[in-house]
Design a protein around this ligand. Sequence first.
Ligand SMILES: [Zn+2]
Length: 502
Amino acid sequence: MLKGKMMLYRTNLGPDARSPAKPEAMARVAARRWITGTAQLTAGVLFSAAVPAHASGQIDLAALQDEAVEWVQQYIRINTVNPPGNETRGAEFFAEIFEAEGIEYEMVESAPGRGNIWARIEGGDEPGLLLLHHMDVVPADERFWTTDPLAGELRDGYIYGRGALDTKASGILHLATFLALHRTRTPLNRDVVFMATADEEAGGFFGAGWLVDNRSELFEDIGFLLNEGGGGSVVQGKVQFGVEVTQKVPYWVRLTATGEPGHGSRPLVSYASLVMIEALDRFRRYQFDARVIPAVDRHFKGMAERYPEPWRSRFQDLSSAIREPGVLLELQEYAPGLHTLVRNTCSITRFGGSEKINVVSPEVWAEIDCRLLPDQDPESWLAELQEVLGPDIEMEVLMGFTPAVSSIDTGLYETLREVTLETFPEASFVPQVSGGFTDSHFFRDIGIVSYGYSATATPAEDSGGVHGNDERVTEENVRRGVEMTIKILERFAATRPIMEEQ
Ligand SMILES: [Zn+2]
């Protein structure tokens, strides 16, 4: 629970503080805070060492867990629905906590309202660890919820609200752990950075992507990232954990066809609409080759156990299985989310043409959402795509990332495995490939080993709440997740225990 808000906080910032990238935007934040009368901020760097709140050597876990539950509720109540995002509100939520704790932090807006915040605890020379989550959430249609999506209601052991799973609870697990390190003054072998960003749900270009581009110095000594995208689920009483190590690479492409304009009453032999239809017809019948990359092979082998035959045997030897006639189509029907992991894919999602029914437009367009395997060379894939569509279609890449896979041969992966299996001895634990994408790709691009992992085990019946209705997280997951995340940091970054042996 937040106590005393910012009353204890006094800023002692000098004029030499690093200036944020958007001085006007920060000035607005500062002005708003000034009006509240709690702190006068003059720039994006805040500093306070005046409040050594809890200097004891060990953490009071139960009290921290209580705080975490309260924080999840409070965080959900902060409206960061994207669009428009308004993540500055979320950043201010964390800023207040950091101020009360006497933690130095920095807050920057990439655009008006699009706040990002981070804080660092310095440690030894080992590569730093970044705890990342995004503050924005997708919209929620209240008509289909049994509670106000922004109320943070605690009911029957669940905290309800948009962002409960994606990804405000994870952010609070990071926060609680970060505070545990700070409060106990635990000496660290590496820097640990807490970071909360804007805009993930719309691509991250005002959040993680912006920071990587504009504040690259923040990541210079960072070697590891923990982010959303993996974690635990409970299916028919069995706990399954997956660590996301790579993801399919989105390529969003706009296709354009041009031709003679005319009147709908006098059809031409060829015109833009027909060129596009013919191209898309070739495209829909085209299949990109299927192949099993090593990360996908490990993913399927790791989860084969829990599938019924014939899938179990097929997943154990996926490369052979996908060469059997009909199996790929069968897989696509059975589990589209798994099928997508064995080939480059595209969905045709948008079209546009004439504004008027009787006008033959000189230009028509379509957009396709393609996802490439993580080892695909995008240039050669684009050439393949152009070949299929034909020379009359112009292609424009609207968004495309670079492919990258994080190694599992690291101390952090091993620590995640150890702590997970100590907590859930019966659980499966496998590296995973995600068909969707998160902000992790920005960090894999700059050489940071990035894992999608949240220390929660979400009941399968609740997973539909991600971007769906009645999104909720169990209170138990928050409490247990705090303990697990502390254990992970205790082993990977601390030089002495920070919790009593239970
Ligand atoms: Zn998310």
